[in-house]
Ligand binder design. Structure first.
Ligand code: FEO
Length: 399
């Protein structure tokens, strides 16, 4: 694939990872890209690198545009290795470049990963002149590492947003208006739910900073660039960051429907029967509900459902005095992502000891979920009458 022109003398030169299916535990069914950009001016800047195995692909693209020794700056917006992993290989081939990154955290992080290079630390608001163009650096710490920053080119109206507004989405196309928008928005939501969600306060700060910028293109480090649907993705981030904190207020403001997600795993389908009865209760009161069996649904997809859900019910039978390991893994994952303002409860069937439901409830509390009712715990196989009681309880529950 050739480099792609964003604007005259501004190029995409990154790499497409068609085969990636797992990004540290998050399933990436549509692959990924590691976007790097090149600005050719009186000085030449390469913005970010790519994951280590793709170094040669990046260098070949840059070489199609300009001799490698003419690269003056390598801008590292983020230390994480999907963007910096090929820095040692790239720096061998662009020996005249200085490495521009945030100070102190970028310099500290890159030094810890790769050792000494000619670092040029930049503070929030610093600018770097490339000739006719400049790059201004906006620090976005903890979005999602301490070192994060974004780079803005006012002359071209391009925001190089690094992880923000990204999607794990492999394509031969590079822009939002060249691919099905629904697919890209779905991947952007999954990216937000699994990477960005814990940092909703920082998202609000970043959106505030971006609101003051004149932007033609948002060029993230993953997925397609935004040029036709900028308002849509920025609105979605505002929506998701607000929802991460206050789903009630959001519902009021955006008229989004309340939704529920019932997450469970079952051994002999008794817990599953309770899950279906709970879902019936939510549905009977007009609340759209998703049933998610951990046997067949990945936790990273379930978190995408939870991104816009207000109610979460989680169920597990008891196995050897514990909840099932996949339920524990899901709850541990959700606790890390820390969705705010959700309400829910625990449920499950049991044979004799039945500790799992209390354990699920304890984890829900640790996740910050407000409990709506006592845990629902039924012995052995629930019959029709028991399931009707469960449905009715949910249907009439004070939410
Ligand atoms: Fe895409 Fe935080 O790295």
């Amino acid at each position: 694939m050739r480099p792609v022109v964003l604007k005259p003398d501004v190029y995409w030169a990154g790499a497409v990872d068609w085969k990636l299916r797992n990004f540290h535990g998050y399933t990436t069914n549509r692959g990924a890209t590691y976007n790097a950009y090149l600005i050719v001016d009186e000085k030449t800047a390469l913005i970010d690198t790519v994951k280590a195995p793709f170094a040669q692909e990046l260098l070949e693209r840059v070489e199609q545009i300009i001799p490698l020794e003419k690269v003056d700056y390598l801008i590292c917006n983020h230390v994480e290795m999907d963007h910096s992993g090929s820095l040692p290989e790239v720096m061998k081939r662009i020996p005249n470049a200085r490495v521009v990154c945030s100070v102190p955290q970028g310099v500290k992080g890159l030094t810890a990963h790769y050792g000494d290079y000619p670092y040029q630390g930049v503070k929030a608001g610093d600018s770097l002149s490339l000739g006719k163009r400049t790059l201004t650096f906006v620090h976005t710490p903890m979005l999602h590492w301490p070192d994060n920053m974004v780079s803005y080119c006012p002359e071209e109206k391009i925001l190089f947003s690094n992880d923000a507004f990204g999607q794990h989405y492999a394509s031969s196309k590079r822009f939002d208006d060249e691919v099905p928008l629904g697919e890209v928005m779905q991947e952007a939501a999954k990216y937000y739910a699994n990477i960005v969600m814990p940092f909703h306060s920082q998202v609000k700060g970043a959106l505030k900073a971006a609101a003051g910028l004149d932007i033609d293109v948002i060029a993230p480090s993953h997925g397609v660039m935004w040029r036709s649907s900028i308002e849509r993705i920025v609105d979605a981030y505002a929506h998701w960051s607000f929802f991460s904190q206050e789903p009630d207020a959001l519902r009021f403001e955006k008229e989004s429907p309340e939704t529920a997600v019932v997450v469970y795993q079952s051994m002999w389908r008794s817990t599953e029967k309770i899950a279906y009865a709970i879902a019936d209760g939510f549905i009977s009161r007009g609340i759209p509900t998703k049933l998610r069996d951990l046997d067949v649904c990945h936790r990273s997809d379930i978190m995408t459902d939870i991104l816009e859900a207000k109610y979460i019910a989680v169920g597990s039978p008891t196995l050897n005095n514990n909840m099932l390991p996949d339920v524990a893994a899901f709850l541990t994952y959700m606790r890390g992502l820390a969705p705010k303002g959700r309400k829910g409860f625990a449920f499950g069937s049991y044979g004799w000891s039945g500790q799992s439901v209390a354990q699920v409830e304890e984890m829900l509390t640790a996740c910050g979920v407000e409990l709506l009712c006592e845990k629902m715990r039924l012995q052995y196989i629930p019959d029709g009458a028991m399931l009707s009681i469960i449905s009715g309880q949910v249907e009439n529950m004070k939410l």
